[in-house]
Design a protein around this ligand. Sequence first.
Ligand SMILES: Nc1nc2c(ncn2[C@@H]2O[C@H](COP(=O)(O)OP(=O)(O)O)[C@@H](O)[C@H]2O)c(=O)[nH]1
Ligand SMILES: [Mg+2]
Length: 303
Amino acid sequence: MKIFEKFKNFAESLKKTKEGLSEKINSVFGSAKLGTIELDKIEEALILSDISYQTASEIIEGVKKRILKFKELTPDILKSALKEEIYFKIAKDFPEIKANGEKNIFIIVGVNGVGKTTTIGKLGKYYTDRGKKVIIAACDTFRAAAKEQLEVWGERTGLEVVSGKENQDPASVAHDAVQKFKERDFNLLLIDTAGRLHNKKHLMEELSKIKRVASKSNGREPDEVLLVIDAGLGQNSIVQAEQFKALTDITGVIITKLDGSAKGGIIIDIIHKINLPVRFIGTGESSDKISEFSPQIFVDNLF
Ligand SMILES: Nc1nc2c(ncn2[C@@H]2O[C@H](COP(=O)(O)OP(=O)(O)O)[C@@H](O)[C@H]2O)c(=O)[nH]1
Ligand SMILES: [Mg+2]
């Protein structure tokens, strides 16, 4: 019961993905006797639900192996084989998120509009609720509104926000924030960034500069570089993840806007194909609409 409570928002936010998948898959499950033709249709349904072709065909190959031992195939057998196979693809043994030290630094990256600043506000609250003292660095100095947006979040959730002037060097804002983080008894520093992927060289320089500043103060690389992606962008998000991974060391992914999207299937690709852990799920716009990710809850709420 308690476990379910913790992931309640997550389960609810999978509603649209579930509806989309179920609609396509239930017609196949509807036939009393099932065979290989139905498996092809299920593969098609997976692809239509924003799972990549490659991953979808791997899932179906795995399902075929799982159902070999059954003489007659029923919808229930097929459904649980599908669930098991997807679970097997996403329940990887990633290390825990590094938020357990005295002092941890997270950098949040991602393209414009995916939900970075909102997610930082939510994470600030999430970790404050769990006893951490959190400080936020508003290093998106490119977008004028980003600073105000974070300050509003800060006021709302009682978090300290360090911000600079418009167009100030993001690394110098990071430097000021890191200074405060170091001198006072903060446990977690969350660094917001600007997401200009169309200017790759600039973005890469900006990120490595922020990383350098953060590394210097903590004596090690930032603990997490978390990529935020928008579930609504479907397979385009997978492309973004590949691009960011090529630019910098990403340690994990946060998927936002799952509440408004039927494209939850991308979660499977992020983990299986891109090989990154999904750390959190954004399930709405308000400060408590964030959930940890659970592979079990995910598959249980897919069909
Ligand atoms: N429905 C929903 N909206 C979200 C979520 N996360 C962010 N948003 C909205 O997405 C929009 C862009 O968010 P913002 O944090 O400014 O994106 P940024 O440019 O990456 O910093 C805002 O309107 C947010 O309220 C989410 O999990 N669910
Ligand atoms: Mg922002």
